[in-house]
Design a protein around this ligand. Structure first.
Ligand code: ZN
Length: 128
């Protein structure tokens, strides 16, 4: 799946480009004419949370993707399709959890992160 989209940087602005969804990655390619755009590559298994958000003009068309490292907002044309496709691909690894401190994968039954040793916060909001 691929669609024209804009990567939003909070109120600092946004830049246009193209958003791609592959079997294991979400990719944002900035348009060549954007000048200062940066490419974003998000492995699906690093995504902790997907949500939607209203844009500044009040239209619900921002796809929010949270990873342990960053939070992205993509303005897309067909938000519901993006969310359902992303969720369908992520279901395969639904039993995997991620450490909110270092981002390592933790098995669903483990209480401590195997990498940094911190206690797992089960239903905590992602670290901001
Ligand atoms: Zn950890």
């Amino acid at each position: 799946m691929g669609d024209a989209a804009s990567l939003c940087r909070g109120r600092a602005g946004m830049y246009g480009g193209y958003l791609f969804l592959t079997r294991n990655r979400l990719l944002f390619e900035p348009s060549k004419f954007g000048g200062f755009g940066k490419r974003a590559e998000i492995p699906l298994d690093s995504i902790m949370k997907i949500s939607s958000e209203k844009s500044l003009i009040g239209e619900e068309n921002i796809l929010k993707v949270s990873t342990p490292y960053a939070e992205y907002g993509f303005m897309v044309n067909d938000l519901q399709t993006w969310i359902s496709k992303l969720n369908a691909l992520r279901k395969k690894s639904a039993d995997t959890r991620y450490c909110m401190y270092c981002g390592s994968t933790i098995s669903a039954t483990a209480n401590f992160c195997p990498k940094c040793g911190k206690k797992r916060e089960t239903d905590a909001e992602p670290y901001r």
